[in-house]
Design a protein around this ligand. Structure first.
Ligand SMILES: NC(=O)c1ccc[n+]([C@@H]2O[C@H](COP(=O)([O-])OP(=O)(O)OC[C@H]3O[C@@H](n4cnc5c(N)ncnc54)[C@H](O)[C@@H]3O)[C@@H](O)[C@H]2O)c1
Length: 456
């Protein structure tokens, strides 16, 4: 039996026909008809950095151990199909993973997503570049497949509404990954707010600085016209929105150019945005979020992340890079290894019992989603699926329908920076104004631009 996949091993024990081993819809179900094992065949669109950090460890662990809960039983989550631009990363991964992963089918080129969603997957995860989520996500939902989409979910409210409509029409989940909501520090913050220990947030700042290697190397293929705010400020927009509630009322932003692209072009090195919220009490709060993807590569951590929130009765200071570890290795830190490491997000380690694992909230958030799908599909009688689906949709931390204010802030940021790129700096976006749901006001111009008609 040796090193065979557990799924394969089970099917061998059950005396299955190995001609069925090659992936096809329902293959696993046929292989495991002798047992009560359920399956959620999964697909992956995009196999870049985030796949490697979070999805890969999840799928490998699920391949080895399956997912189990007494309410839905044992569920296999084979990664049966992937879609990428060229297929080269998929093949590299296939070679390096060996039998740690299911022998997935790799689709490439223009029709790759269409082919993936038709291959029998029940769930598809979308981790393509920020501005390529919508097309992929739409195809997933149109095929009646559950969707998990990387942050930022989409770049406009019209896209969000369309995906939500499709998810409802096809009775599937459409969820988005904001793993920072699962960071133990942020969970503690939210608990103190929910319990009233910290009362009324007045203002705060967040900063998230990425190394130059991100804008200059990793994302070079899709960097033109992009900005680090949409890419990473969105983590903190969501944290603020989810933790403190309230209604978003305005967005302003500035940015700098000249390193990633020309000083008068559409590609941004860094940006600073301000969100203003109003609460039921009638009081307001303002939050400044600064981001960059041109920080020197030799800074001590992978990402510099800091927050400060000021309340009526307290101050919360958080630094994701400085929570404990300072590592020095001659000839390695801080270039090929980092000095301050966030092991909470995604730590690869040797467990005390000898096993090598990769754990953290970045992986936990993916597993949590698959548990939600398993609960919908297998957590009770088929006649009660609709109720389970509604319950899963009610989880506001990841449901696409609950991402409205975050997407509104992103759409506003994109519009303000697009204006600035052509010399119209300091436009401001108001939310749920007299003229529409999302309205852009330009300096010196009387007539505003309605970015989104409906209420946010
Ligand atoms: N949660 C996080 O903290 C986090 C961190 C990094 C990235 N992300 C998000 O994940 C997404 C991907 O980022 P990344 O860092 O992995 O990017 P990346 O550039 O490393 O990888 C992108 C992948 O998408 C594929 N791709 C590109 N266009 C495609 C298309 N049209 N069809 C199919 N595949 C296509 C590429 O082949 C590649 O495999 C982005 O939206 C990013 O914001 C999230």
């Amino acid at each position: 039996m040796g090193s065979a996949h557990p799924t394969l091993r089970k099917s061998r024990e059950a005396g299955c026909d190995y001609s069925l081993w090659r992936w096809g819809a329902g293959t696993l179900a046929r292989m495991n008809s002798a047992s009560s094992l359920h399956e959620i065949p999964a697909g992956m669109v995009g196999m870049g950095m985030i796949f490697d950090e979070t999805y890969r460890p999840f799928f490998e662990r699920a391949q080895a151990e399956h997912v189990w809960d007494r309410r839905f039983g044992e569920v296999a989550v084979p990664l049966v199909a992937v879609a990428t631009r060229t297929g080269s990363r998929a093949e590299r991964y296939r070679r390096s993973a060996g039998d740690r992963i299911y022998p997935f089918h790799s689709y490439t080129g223009d029709d790759s997503i269409r082919d993936l969603v038709k291959s029998g997957v029940k769930v598809a995860c979308v981790a393509t570049p920020d501005n390529r989520h919508f097309d992929a996500a739409k195809q997933v939902l149109e095929a009646g497949v559950h969707l998990l989409i990387e942050k930022p979910s989409v770049l406009s409210l019209a896209e969000l509404d369309e995906l939500d409509r499709l998810a409802r029409k096809h009775n599937v989940l459409a969820k988005v990954v904001y793993h920072k909501l699962l960071d133990p520090d942020h969970k503690r913050l939210r608990t103190l707010v929910a319990d009233g220990v910290l009362s009324h947030v007045n203002n705060g700042y967040c900063s998230l600085l990425e190394p130059k290697s991100i804008s200059g190397g990793q994302f070079a293929e899709w960097i033109t016209g992009r900005n680090p705010g949409t890419y990473v400020a969105v983590h903190y927009i969501k944290l603020i929105d989810f933790t403190f509630g309230g209604r978003l009322i305005s967005v302003t932003a500035r940015g700098q150019r000249g390193l990633v692209g020309p000083a008068d072009g559409p590609t941004w090195d860094s940006c600073q945005m301000r969100l203003v919220y109003r609460y039921d009490s009638g009081r307001e709060a303002a939050f400044d979020i600064h981001t960059s993807w041109v920080t020197p590569d030799n800074f001590p951590g992978y990402v510099e992340q800091e927050v400060q929130f000021r309340f009526d009765n307290g101050v919360w200071n958080g630094h994701s890079r400085k929570r404990g570890i300072e590592l020095t290795v001659e000839g390695k830190t801080p270039i090929t290894m980092k000095t301050t490491i966030n092991t909470h997000y995604n730590g690869a380690g040797l467990e005390p019992w000898g096993e090598r694992t990769q754990r953290g909230y970045g992986v936990e958030v993916i597993e949590r989603f698959f548990r939600e799908v398993a609960m919908v599909e297998f957590g009770g009688p088929a006649s009660e699926r609709a109720a389970r689906l509604a319950q899963a949709r009610g989880l506001l931390y990841n449901d696409l329908a609950a991402d409205r204010q975050t997407v509104a802030a992103v759409q506003a940021l994109e519009a303000i920076l697009a204006d600035a790129a052509v010399g119209r700096a300091d436009s401001v976006v108001h939310v749920n104004a007299a003229e529409g749901g999302l309205v852009l006001y330009r300096v010196g111009e009387g007539k505003p631009v309605v970015l989104h008609e409906g209420r946010v």
